[in-house]
Structure formats: C-alpha cells, structure tokens
Design a protein around this ligand. Structure first.
Ligand code: ACM
Length: 262
C-alpha cells in the first residue's frame, strides 16, 4: 500500500509569502504521505484583476522562490508534491503544475484547456502530457477544466499513468460527474485537489476528492475549509485494466473507427 493525498486550502490572491506559510503549516499535517497534491495556481490565487496583475504574481520556474520552497519541503518530508504555479516564460504566462520529489524538481505540466478568462491571460500548454515515474507509481498531471476532455485522460492512461494528479480551482461540481468516469474508463486513481474561498465574483467549490479505478470517490473534503487527506491505496488496482474477463479498457479500443476525431 502507498500513502497519497491532497491538501485543500484557500490561496490568497497576490500574496505568495502568505501562501507559502499556509502550505508549510498544512504540509506538517500530511506526515508519511508519498504523494501530496495541492490546488491550481496555489502561489498566486486565480481571479486576477488584469493580465498585468497575473504577470506581477508569476515566476519563472528556474528562479522561483515558490518552487524552491516546494523542493525543500519535499526533501524535508521525504515526499512527492504536485502543486499549481503561475508560471512566466519570457512574455508568456502558463497555468502550470510542478512535480517535485525528495531529490528535487522532477517536471511540469502546463494546462491545455483554458477556462473562461484564463484565455485572456495564459497560453495553451506547450509541454504535452508527460507521465513521470516516481518509483512507487507513474503519475501525470491535468489541471481543473482539463477534466472535460476524455482525450487527455486516455493519453496519460495509455502512457502508463497509475495516478492522475488534478490540481483545481473548480467553481462548479461538474468535475465530480466527469472525473469518476475518466478514472473508470482508464482504470486510474485521480487526486482532485481543489481550493475554497471567494475572489471578487468567483467562489470556489472545495470538495476535493480522490477517485479510485472503479470510479468510487473514496475521500471528499468540505466545500469551505482547509483539509488534509492521506489514504492508503493499492497501485495494483490501477494496473489491472480488465473490466470483464474479456474486456481490456485499452486493448478493446477500435482506433480505425476514431480517425474522424482529429
Ligand atoms: C478551472 O479550470 N479553473 C475551472
């Protein structure tokens, strides 16, 4: 068995130092975890008044105080951490998640499916859909609204992801309808780490949850408070891709029929 989980909290818009302090406090309650997932844009908050504000609250990964803090925390607690970061690359911004582990920075994912006003701020992700081997499992990252697009779940599933880390700033509860289906259709675990709180006209929906490969939601947080959930999972459940004695979720596909998709 392996211990994985999420931390739900309320990032403060534009106050990275406060967010670091909050994360540090909550991480101290997640002792023993091997993979812990935080919400989307956890360094900066979400509902920027302007693109200029978003730029002001962004960092380059290679010089990021926030990522450096995550790296030292992963080392300190001997764990892997996935966390949302407002990333600047030259003049461009990306809604990014980083994966760091006890030995340092591992990699990143940049959100592909941008939601509402994110389209005025961020570029479409340009690093594809990487899957990372972190020893006890293979993991990938999708961000919030990516939940609506089965294609990306299939790709990371077929590339070996046992666990999809899903940092989010959800507003609706539609992800609770879609994510269990994606988990089942690809036989993977999904850790959806949402935030709560209000930023001007947006209220985030909390209710972070972990879904198992049978589409069962096995842990769910409250809509409006901090939460630290760590559970034991059996990765073998994500490596059995059979749904009946004669049906395999990947091998039974009929790609020739799907050519019209692209
Ligand atoms: C979202 O993609 N932050 C809803």
């Amino acid at each position: 068995m392996n211990k994985v989980g999420y931390i739900q909290f309320k990032p403060i818009l534009g106050d990275q130092n406060a967010n670091i302090m909050q994360i540090e406090k909550l991480l101290g309650k997640a002792l023993g975890s091997e993979l812990i997932v935080f919400p989307e844009l956890a360094n900066s908050g979400y509902n920027f008044a302007s693109r200029n504000d978003a730029v002001m609250y962004s960092e380059e990964i290679s010089k990021s105080i926030f990522v450096e803090f995550l790296v030292s925390s992963a080392k300190k607690y001997n764990t892997n951490i996935v966390c949302g970061v407002n990333e600047r690359v030259g003049e461009k911004l990306f809604n990014t998640t980083v994966l760091v582990g006890p030995n340092g920075y591992i990699g990143k994912y940049q959100k592909i499916h941008l939601f509402l006003n994110e389209k005025d701020i961020f570029e479409t992700g340009s690093v594809g859909l990487p899957v990372f081997d972190i020893g006890f499992c293979k993991t990938s990252m999708l961000i919030c609204f990516d939940y609506l697009f089965p294609e990306v779940w299939r790709i990371v599933g077929m590339n070996g992801a046992d666990i999809v880390c899903h940092p989010s700033n959800l507003i609706t509860t539609n992800a609770q309808k879609c994510v269990p289906a994606q988990a089942f259709m690809n036989k993977m675990f999904v850790i959806t780490a949402n935030r709560y709180g209000t930023e001007s006209d947006i209220t985030f929906s909390g209710n972070s949850f972990i879904t198992n490969p049978d589409a069962i939601i096995i842990d769910k947080a409250s809509p409006d408070s901090d939460a630290v959930y760590i559970i034991d999972i059996d990765i073998a459940e994500a490596r059995n891709k059979m749904v009946t004695s004669r049906n395999h979720v990947f091998n039974d596909r009929k790609p020739d029929v799907y050519l019209g998709l692209t």
